[in-house]
Design a protein around this ligand. Sequence first.
Ligand code: SF4
Length: 459
Amino acid sequence: MDDHIYACFKRCVDRYVAEPEFRQLLLEAPAKAIKMLNYEDMLIAYKVKEAVCYIIHGQKPEGSLNAGLEGSDINTENEYLKEYIKRYKLLEGFVRNSVAESRYKDMSLCYFGEIVRNRCQMESADVRDHKLIYYFPIAFELTKGCSVQCDFCGFSADRLSGVFLYNEENAALWRDILIKTRELIGPVAGVCPCYFATEPFDNPDYESFIAVYDEVFGEKPQTTTAVCERDPERFRRFINNADPRNLRERASVRISIRTLEHFKKVMEIFSEDELADIELLSNHRESINRISSSGRSRRNPEIAEKRRLRYSISCIAGLYVNMFSKTVSFMEPEMPDDEYNLGYRIRETMEFTDADDFEECVKKLIGSYSLYDPPKDYELSWNKNIHIDCGDDKYISFVGEGMRYKLSKGVVMLDMIRFINEGYSFSRIASKLGLFGSLYGSAYQRLRELYRKGYVRLR
Ligand code: SF4
């Protein structure tokens, strides 16, 4: 398909998601909607409507064999939908491959990411429905806090209070930290973000830092900005300097939309062609997208309950580095609730001064928290987001949101349930129950299964 035609079609999709008036018009009078955008000579109205509805609502287009974009061989005569699916599949493949085992140097982080994914999918049907949710082993921040203060911010980002500038000393430290990260974690870190509860363009030197990233990893991390309109020429330069293939196949640049007015401004400033390969994340009130129920969106009365998703906005299972305060933490996502309002848990934070120091901190944090087997002397607890059903004669069921895992009942298992409830470690349970030999081995084996599936947690 001609790139310009696709760009016009994509604008229809973006406007359908973001703008209630356009949405209604496209549904009720597609020809008028297309005409309003001056696309009447290029786009075929009824096909645009059909494709948009399928993409957003999963309605089967005429002639389609499979519903859902994850379907392997969607057979449709609708050229817009065909092109959209073709591009979506490239992205899907990229995301899956970017976290492949072979890209990890530290396998414990790789396996820990899998445990976190198992747990989050078991805790939330919303996570299971999003096939592109994977957990990455590290995130960097190049500022402290965020100037934007979105009213839906899933991390309730603090106000901007510091910027890590690209001076000689900082540039050298940054390069050393990235080289160390590559050595310790592996090439997978090349796709990990350089923002978390921050806005990338709050840092006037963001582009320089990203250039070093590219030198060290041979790829640039994904950038999501909520302020592309703050300095349109800077944003234009940024996307013009990006590898076009990365923009298209990796969604390497994304725009977060804060309000309907913001969306309209972005549409006004940037042409269809400029935004053809830029993913728009419409988070504002009038959008049909749903957002995580963590942080400010959790308590914001203006966000309708049905728009809230039961999952954390954080996709980091591992290290969280702030270059301004020179801290590195170990973090994992959590179901947003009163205990984990921000949808993540920080296990421990350490300070570093240089790359060698950073290495020591990283090794210690990974050694303590990135665990594939539950250590026998760690205190345990049940995942608070599950319930345990012992009602059956033969089996005990561990039940998450729509997922159930069954283990055969036995006296040891029933006792383990009680002792884990009380926060015992496995060693303490084993000594309490006098377990040894094969009984000890099989009890530990069961604990390991429950831990890897996310039903048992380390306190
Ligand atoms: S959503 Fe992003 S841009 Fe908005 S306040 Fe939070 S961190 Fe800042």
